[in-house]
Design a protein around this ligand. Sequence first.
Ligand code: ZN
Ligand code: ZN
Length: 179
Amino acid sequence: MNIPTANYLNKRVLKLNVGFLLSAGPSNHKIMALNITDPVKIADDLVVKSINGTLRLSRNKEGILVQASDLVFVVDRECSRCLNTFEHPISITIEELFASPHPIDESEFFVGQDGQLDLAPLLRAEALIQLAHREYCRVDCQGLCVYCGTNLNDTTCDCADNQIDPRMAKLKELLDAGK
Ligand SMILES: [Zn+2]
Ligand SMILES: [Zn+2]
């Protein structure tokens, strides 16, 4: 990811003011669109290029339940095969209680004294789960030539014809002997 730091939105954009909902009391809810089209640095190890979806914030006795089933983050990723950077949309589902008042037992998520709820740590945790596995720029990515490093999606090389994998040499011997 090589977007200049100055061009990131501060992760404060992921702080939601829910004071009004806390005051409204249990069984009230609010639907909130989350449409961020600029890159946001959610954490030191995570920049997303856009975030789109809808949050449902429900006030209950314990605090604010945050739910979303259609959040889509677009992140820049490196293809595990050809190493090209590509834009990868990932779908995030969240359902988490942000406790209020802040409980003694130090729940991981809670509404701050200022009536603000910070989505960044939750979104980071969910995104990193999605990003943990290998991803390819496209299903039929040809990857790099193991001999010369050519990106085989863009062009071809003769290496595969001219060289033989040592592990395959024995097989070739057998095949040649059978000719
Ligand atoms: Zn690729
Ligand atoms: Zn090659």
